[in-house]
Design a binder for this molecule. Structure first.
Ligand SMILES: N[C@@H](CCC[C@H](N)C(=O)O)C(=O)O
Length: 280
């Protein structure tokens, strides 16, 4: 296996959720948890929320590595960026590729805007996954101790390729996400940890969402969380099947179709390109 040092990377973001994207096609190099951590480090590395690999696995495959080095199944914002890169490369208006969670399809929605078909949400407690049986994952019970009152009650659990725990709150800005986010992320109810969202429904078609990401902390946006929040809100009869999700980094349009598939549209941005340094 060859080293990652010297390979080109692209720095991109989706609404400020930022990625170092390394194309491993045609190389023997492999990403490792240590290398992903080193690349993502904002003090000593390049700095990003997730390291993304593009690999050849009988077609383009997107690998997702959180800043803490954990390899995970899905990333909505990165999927838009990788979709955009593949469409540019193929001079096409549509791209198909895969991620650990399954196949993805991307298409252009404007010059730097991409729609992704994120697939079907899962709700069964074993699929989230949860460590305990809940018949109805629209309302689960996460006991956090004294800090969970008065608003952090009865969140929804959704798997959108990756696990999400969404708290519906009256005021998303008022929540100490950096304090309770890590407690929920690492709560024993979530054997694979979880992403944590606080969602404030502002109307049938508008949700304010802030996210603590598993393995990355508070980020400016999380695409899979936006999909999970819309799906959870609709299941709780709080919104329509289609809404704008207002994230710290900007808006995402999400629709849960009658075909049970979730489609997400939003901006992609290309920041700069570089070469991975030695020592990885
Ligand atoms: N930022 C992403 C999600 C990245 C992975 C997530 N932190 C996890 O561990 O599941 C997105 O836009 O969906």
């Amino acid at each position: 296996m060859s080293s990652l040092a010297g390979l080109p990377f692209r720095k991109m973001n989706g609404l400020g959720n930022d990625f170092v994207i390394v194309d491993l096609r045609g190389t023997d190099a492999r990403m490792t948890p240590e290398a992903a951590r080193a690349i993502a480090d904002r003090q000593s590395g390049i700095g990003c929320d997730q390291v993304i690999t593009i690999e050849d696995r009988g077609g383009p495959f997107m690998g997702v590595w959180n800043a803490d080095g954990s390899a995970v199944e899905a990333c909505g914002n990165a999927a838009r960026c990788v979709g955009w890169l593949l469409m540019e490369e193929q001079d096409a208006d549509e791209a198909r590729f895969a991620a650990p969670a399954g196949p993805l399809r991307a298409w252009r929605a404007g010059p730097m805007r991409v729609t992704i078909d994120m697939g079907e949400p899962k709700f069964h407690w074993r699929d989230i996954p949860l460590a305990e049986q809940f018949e109805d994952t629209r309302f689960i019970d996460v006991k956090l101790g004294p800090i969970d009152r008065p608003v952090l009650w009865g969140p929804s659990a959704v798997n959108m390729g990756n696990p999400h725990c969404i708290f519906f709150v009256d005021d998303a800005e008022a929540q100490a996400l950096d304090r309770f986010g890590p407690l929920v992320e690492n709560h024993p109810l979530f054997p694979e940890r979880t992403n944590v969202g606080v969602a404030q429904v502002k109307g049938a078609h508008l949700i304010r969402l802030r996210v603590w990401e598993r393995g990355a902390g508070v980020t400016k946006a999380c695409g899979t969380a936006a999909c999970a929040a819309l799906v959870a809100a609709h299941r709780r009869r709080l919104t329509a099947r289609k809404a704008t999700l207002e994230l710290d980094g900007g808006p995402l349009a999400v629709e849960w179709g009658e075909d049970n598939r979730v489609r997400m549209t939003g901006a992609v941005a290309h920041e700069f390109d570089g070469t991975l340094p030695h020592g990885l």
